[in-house]
Design a protein around this ligand. Sequence first.
Ligand SMILES: Cc1cc2nc3c(=O)[nH]c(=O)nc-3n(C[C@H](O)[C@H](O)[C@H](O)COP(=O)(O)OP(=O)(O)OC[C@H]3O[C@@H](n4cnc5c(N)ncnc54)[C@H](O)[C@@H]3O)c2cc1C
Length: 393
Amino acid sequence: MRHVAERMKPWVIVGGGMVGAAAALTIAEQGYRVVLLEPKPESEFDPQSPHDLRISAITADNIAQLNTLGVWEDVIAQRAQRFDELAVRELDGPWVEFAGRGGAPLGYMVENKLLQRVLQSHCKKHPLVHFKTDGFSHLARTESGKRTVHTSADEAIEYSGLLGADGAQSSVRDALGLGTAGASYRERCLLVNVETSSVLPTRTWQVFSDQEVHALLPLTSHHACLIVYANHDEILALSDSKQELDAWLHTRFVPHIGDFTIQSSGSFPLRHQQVLTPWSESLCGGVIGDAAHAVHPLAGQGVNLGFRDVQGIASALKHCSESEAVTAVARALKHRRRENLLMGYGLDAIAKGFRSRHPLVQLCRRSLFHGLSRQPSLRDLIGRIAGGRLLSR
Ligand SMILES: Cc1cc2nc3c(=O)[nH]c(=O)nc-3n(C[C@H](O)[C@H](O)[C@H](O)COP(=O)(O)OP(=O)(O)OC[C@H]3O[C@@H](n4cnc5c(N)ncnc54)[C@H](O)[C@@H]3O)c2cc1C
């Protein structure tokens, strides 16, 4: 580790979610001091407790990064489910399957709160990270040119660089004056954790129809998270009645997984949002994770894109001197924007393409599935992208 800590003002990171906490550890590991602001730190995690509804499919490239930070072992020791296969199909069409190579898993299903808890506890133990349970209030710049973050406890912290990792409703993004483009899908994502009577394979899948998308994330051999992306009002109406929800889900999922009982459920509105530029030169600050890009969750890429922002920061800091650090991080985030836009608008096209009843779009869709089912090399390529093996390092 380099010892630049005392010579420079700290980096301030706002938001200790999965992305912010990973960024704090990564920057500290490069020898820089970090102040991490997170007003709602995760409490103890009990591996015997029922699964939480917020689950992420973490891909192989990001697992390698979490391993480098020394946190993955602690996650896997508590609770995570590997998945070896990913399958998609149109309603009533044949399955198109993607698998990891040489017995390697495609990734792991991990509860957000567990990953957050482990990352935050490593931050608290790191000698160069100062973890504060205060929120972000505003930014200021003095006449002498000092840039400061003001916390909810009215403390002013002078910084060398600032990163907002405070989620899709980011206040840091607003304070930095970074605009966004995006729109609501007018859809909700319904998440339902269930216990199954039959054993579940380590396979995640999605079924597309022009009305809705159904998906399954395996959690244990007898537990899964069932996901439905569908019309906003329909999902809200269903959420009101447990009986109706139960019957509605049984019609859709029993043919795939047999009988099940509902343990918990919830739903979220879906929105695609991209920051127009991820960095403010004048305020020496930028945004990462959902603060920079909130994408449709249908390919499980949200937090993985955030972790790739962190990989970009790690690689920038590794190859620059301490005086170049802020410029190098700014450059890395601008570079990341291309992949983030591509993924965001790619998922946008898939989400809209699968809703369309236009005969031409339906024909394209069918041809795509047909082509995929006959092209093992294309399936292999998509499998590697889904597993994060071809994406930026
Ligand atoms: C239904 C659904 C399913 C998903 N499934 C997947 C999946 O399978 N795979 C995947 O990769 N992604 C998935 N995602 C996306 C993933 O959950 C997000 O991309 C991820 O949580 C973003 O992490 P983050 O750290 O950027 O933001 P967040 O998780 O939103 O964390 C932001 C943090 O900032 C803190 N904060 C907020 N305001 C302030 C403030 N003023 N001051 C200080 N701190 C503040 C908050 O307390 C929080 O801890 C899914 C999302 C949804 C909605």
